[in-house]
Design a protein around this ligand. Structure first.
Ligand code: AMP
Ligand code: MN
Ligand code: MN
Ligand code: MN
Length: 278
């Protein structure tokens, strides 16, 4: 049984470890097939591939693209693309471009509720100046003592209706899928259980995702409950989508699910890697 983990983050986005250290942790966690999927950024891939190969792990290229669909943020994982593709690189660059301005507005809101200097504070946790994210602010807010951990931050700050939330327009769904497919890759809906879609919205979203050439759905992810594994396995079959598995690991002591530690996919689904050859 292959241990496949196709979702995690390095310090090239909002993870804490460098790509090579993440590869070593994946290997130690028993991972056989691995993808680094940084947010809107593919700069970590060459280090990831080199480290993975040296450790005897199979590596596939990955990215997690931030998308705005129907005024909601959804995440689309791209896998097995050619990372030298120019349109993909340009699309990701464009998707990253508003983050600094957004971060300054987030910091202004936080200052107004008694958390000053959050822009500079968040920057201390940033590995890639192009990719300042809410996670970096969350780590800084914990450092100030205003919250005990990152998960408490995401209940009291940085979310819609709370201080530090700045709405943002990410890539269009059609573009994100187009960039991934144009580079020869496959598009997967990340952690579908995390979006508060009702049944009708989920149907409209998945129908459009499929029509645009989307291939699969994360079924077993660190963001899903065991009950959701079953629910999204059923949904994957109903829509003729392949199933993926990924920890969404970000940082030791912060992420609940470590690399390689999730249960296997339910036997009823077709894994995204069913026809991969090495
Ligand atoms: P951004 O792309 O800047 O909006 O930041 C999104 C990131 O924030 C996600 O990729 C997660 O790493 C993190 N995040 C969002 N919600 C939560 C949560 N409830 N708990 C922990 N991390 C979260
Ligand atoms: Mn993240
Ligand atoms: Mn995500
Ligand atoms: Mn992720």
């Amino acid at each position: 049984m292959l241990n496949v983990d196709l979702h995690c983050h390095s310090n090239v986005s909002d993870g804490a470890l460098a790509p090579a250290a993440l590869a070593a942790r994946a290997r130690a966690g028993g991972v056989d097939v691995w993808a680094l999927t940084d947010h809107d950024e593919i700069d970590g891939i060459s280090e990831a591939r080199e480290a993975a190969t040296a450790l005897g792990m199979r590596h596939v290229t990955g990215v997690e693209i931030s998308v705005t669909w129907a005024a909601r943020t959804v995440h689309i994982v791209g896998l097995k693309f050619d990372e030298r593709n120019q349109e993909l690189a340009e699309g990701l660059k464009h998707t990253r471009s508003g983050r600094e301005r957004r971060a300054r507005e987030m910091a202004a809101q936080l200052a107004a509720v008694g958390i000053p200097d959050a822009f500079e504070g968040a920057l201390k946790y940033v590995g890639n100046p192009d990719l300042i994210s809410r996670t970096h602010f969350a780590r800084y807010i914990v450092e100030t003592g205003a919250c005990k951990d990152v998960s408490e931050v995401f209940s009291n700050f940085l979310i819609d209706g709370k201080p530090g939330f700045v709405p943002h327009r990410w890539a269009a769904l059609k573009d994100a899928i187009g960039w991934i497919r144009g580079a020869g890759g496959i598009a997967i809906v990340a952690h579908p259980g995390r979006y508060d879609f009702d049944d009708l919205e989920l149907d409209v979203f998945l129908s459009e995702f499929k029509r645009l050439g989307g291939a699969g759905l994360e079924v077993v992810t660190g963001s899903h409950t065991e009950e959701e594994y079953g629910r999204f396995a059923t949904i994957a079959k109903r829509y003729g989508l392949l199933a993926s598995r990924g920890s969404d690991f970000h940082a030791p002591g912060e992420s609940q699910t470590d690399l390689g530690a999730l249960p296997p996919l339910p036997a009823s689904v077709v894994p995204v890697w069913h026809d991969w050859r090495w």
